[in-house]
Design a protein. Structure first.
Length: 265
């Protein structure tokens, strides 16, 4: 199990932990011995099933309803954890939305604002609240690494996602730039900041109307010929959180099955 240097297992907060990548990450974090808090917006039942699964590994676990796109709710989330949860060691900014899909002129200004509110502004406020707390660790407490932030990006940050979801891609590009800058600002404080950028992962995010449909055609555009699983991303996030990544900060780790290719017909 990976702990901070005082051998007090600091907690890990995973935003958007009720489903998909966040769910797998929360469960892997609990398996590794970290107390875990997840957030959710709508799926209370799913969120509580994650908590039960996490507790089965013998750690404290909690689910808090908090819309990351609402900065007041973000602040209340951290204040709630101050009261009766172990101090945070890890923050996984996983909550993310794609918003409306289509060509740019089909996407409303309100949807663009929602995407940036959740994916960028909420993520930044989570980082701020996290850093305010790890700053309270006294100087000379002997901890080399007082905290780790892992932010979720997407290949859309580079590809731009034309005709699909340009604002989402732009929001993830902002996440990457923000993370690289923040990593440099807080490195001397003992905080590492990294990005995991998943490829096409088999989660609900691909089925906005809730109807699962074949993704075979999409899978065939991926070098490995398949979508990734949420657990494969969770493993990368866990490595970023671990002491094995002790010299890794400001990195963007692409976990994408080799990336997209054009196949010969
Ligand atoms: P997902 O299956 O759609 O799950 C989203 C999770 O985030 C759910 O737990 C949801 O809670 C929560 N959530 C949604 N809006 C939220 C908000 N405003 N505040 C707090 N929580 C919120 O997503 P995913 O595919 O696992 O994606 C996770 C992250 O990876 C995202 O940042 C996404 O952009 C990124 N990513 C995913 C892929 C992919 O192919 N899946 C590829 C690249 C990047 P409820 O259950 O309550 O709705």
């Amino acid at each position: 199990m990976t702990m901070n240097k005082t051998q007090q297992p600091g907690a890990v907060l995973v935003t958007g932990g009720s489903r998909g990548i966040g769910r797998s990450t929360a469960i892997e974090a609990a398996r590794a011995g970290y107390p875990v808090c997840i957030t959710y917006v709508q799926n209370e039942t799913e969120a509580h099933s994650v908590v039960e699964q996490a507790k089965s590994y013998g750690v404290q676990a909690r689910a808090i309803q908090a819309d990351v796109g609402d900065l007041t709710q973000v602040r209340s989330l951290f204040e709630a954890l101050d009261v009766d949860f172990p101090p945070l060691y890890g923050l996984v900014n996983n909550a993310g939305i794609i918003g409306q899909r289509g060509s740019m002129l089909d996407i409303s200004a309100e949807s663009v604002a929602d995407v940036f509110a959740v994916n960028v502004l909420g993520l930044i406020e989570c980082c701020r609240q996290f850093l305010l707390r790890v700053d309270r660790v006294p100087e000379g407490s002997g901890r080399e690494c007082v905290g780790v932030i892992v932010n979720l990006s997407s290949g859309a940050a580079q590809e731009g996602a034309p005709f699909h979801y340009i604002p989402y891609g732009a929001s993830k590009a902002a996440v990457e730039t923000f993370s690289v800058g923040l990593a440099k600002e807080v490195a001397a404080k003992g905080v590492r900041v990294n990005v995991v950028s998943p490829g096409v992962i088999d989660t609900d995010i691909h089925y906005p109307d809730g109807v699962r449909k074949s993704m075979e055609a999409l899978a065939q555009t991926i070098a490995m010929g398949r979508m990734g699983t949420p657990q494969e991303i969770a493993h990368a996030i866990m490595w970023m959180l671990s002491a094995e990544a002790s010299y890794v900060s400001g990195a963007v780790l692409r976990v994408a099955g080799g990336g997209r290719i054009l196949r010969r017909t």
